[in-house]
Design a protein around this ligand. Structure first.
Ligand code: GDP
Ligand code: CA
Length: 396
């Protein structure tokens, strides 16, 4: 049996951990392979190190090393390196990187510099965290560097000149550069307030929504035109999410490097060849939406013979945690389990919603089941994963 799940960070990681528990309970002897396709749009280069927050949440959560409360970073980690960087006046300081967590980023960056692909690097990290022993294979959705950027208005809250609070990343100056440099956020925080062309260039270069390679108007990241206009600027997703807590209204999301990205080895095969495809309760716009935007992935999901069953990340019209509402707003999508189902309507067969959302109207073809969708602990996540497997069985 082959199960494939698409995953962002915390929501996806907790769901997959529950899935692994449920599978070992249900079919102790059976060989079940779980392939997790992880979002890389959150990736960012900080202090010269490549950081992959969503992949790391999956690694640490499955490996038993996660800071459980926050769902990312290493349990009990210290922050002495960041403290020293602060003493040296090195920015940015808004992205927390613990000391042991930095070990991951150092190793990843070293291996990437030596020529390994992100898939290869991720496999090495997965071995360190015991994923193969759990029957789990973690694949980045793409080995091509991509970065989600958020286009915001210059005159809105948090706007203004770059360099004052570091929030600005300079004037939107499209350069036509096709790939993300990865240094957008770090560069934008230079004390000098120097413009960070990489960020804007990358964002501006992205016409993901309109180049035909990515679905237009369906992928979360593909709404609107790609480039930042004259009264707008693009900031790295992490700066918007972590630093500004998504409080600056997003005009739209763009993904630097997306149109030129290709799925990582094994991704399309894992979707096409699966017995079950699961969409965990990950952010529909900046986690699942980015994965679906990688050319070829959405088509593979539409075409797979496996039932595709998803779990709503919204309960009672609100995200359980995080700011998915602020991500759905610029797409004009209702902040509800039904709104999210609508984003997946072309590929979804089954949809789990919370009992609070039972009565809503869902896309016609989709089989909906209602249950308590809160993952309070591993057992709770396992219960939800079990319900997803049951629904997939019904639909097969
Ligand atoms: P991120 O990358 O760390 O933001 O994590 P994901 O994209 O994988 O997941 C974020 C989403 O998980 C948010 O939209 C939350 O609403 C959702 N989420 C978190 N915990 C739960 C839960 O217990 N139940 C459900 N249904 N959704 C959850
Ligand atoms: Ca994420």
């Amino acid at each position: 049996m082959q199960i494939t799940a698409l995953s962002g960070g915390v929501g996806g990681a907790r769901f997959v951990r529950g899935l692994v528990h449920e599978l070992s309970r249900r079919s102790p002897g059976e060989q079940v392979e779980v392939t997790v396709v992880g979002n890389t749009g959150d990736d960012i280069t900080l202090f010269g190190l490549r950081v992959c927050p969503d992949l790391d949440s999956v690694l640490y959560t499955l490996g038993g090393g996660v800071e459980e409360e926050q769902g990312w970073g290493r349990e009990g980690d210290k922050h002495e390196v960041m403290g020293e960087l602060a003493a040296l006046g090195v920015q940015p300081q808004w992205f927390g990187l613990g000391d042991r967590d930095l070990g991951t980023h150092l190793a990843r960056s070293l291996w990437l510099r030596r020529g390994a692909t992100l898939s290869e690097v991720t496999a090495r990290l997965a071995a360190r965290w015991g994923l193969p022993e759990q029957g789990v294979r973690l694949l980045p959705v793409t080995d091509t560097p991509i970065e989600t950027h958020v286009v915001v208005r210059n005159d809105g809250p948090g706007g203004g000149a770059p360099g004052d609070d570091g929030a600005g990343s300079g004037e939107a100056a499209p350069s036509g550069e096709a790939a993300p440099s990865g240094e957008a956020a770090a560069a934008s925080d230079e004390a000098s307030g120097e413009a960070a062309p990489s960020g804007e260039a990358a964002a501006a270069s992205d016409e993901a929504g309109s180049d035909g390679a990515a679905p237009s108007g369906e992928g979360a990241a593909s709404s609107g035109a790609g480039a930042a206009g004259p009264s707008e600027r693009a900031i790295h997703f992490q700066e918007w999410w972590v630093r500004h807590r998504a409080a600056i209204p997003a005009q739209r999301f763009t993904v630097a490097g997306l149109s030129a990205a290709t799925p990582a080895p094994g991704v399309l095969e894992a979707i096409r060849g699966a017995d079950v495809v699961l969409l965990p309760p990950s952010n529909p716009v900046v986690s699942i939406g980015i994965i679906l935007g990688v050319p070829g992935v959405r088509d593979a999901l539409r075409g797979t013979r496996a039932p595709v069953v998803g779990v709503s990340p919204l309960v009672g019209g609100r995200p359980v945690r995080g700011h998915a509402d602020a991500c759905l707003a610029p797409l004009g999508v209702e902040v509800s389990a039904a709104g999210v189902a609508g984003l997946y309507a072309d590929l979804l067969d089954g949809w789990l919603v919370d009992t609070a959302d039972e009565g809503a109207s869902y896309p016609a073809r989709v089989q909906v089941r209602a249950l308590d969708l809160l993952m309070r602990d591993v057992a709770g996540a396992a219960r939800i994963a079990g319900a997803a497997l049951d629904l997939a069985d019904e639909l097969r």
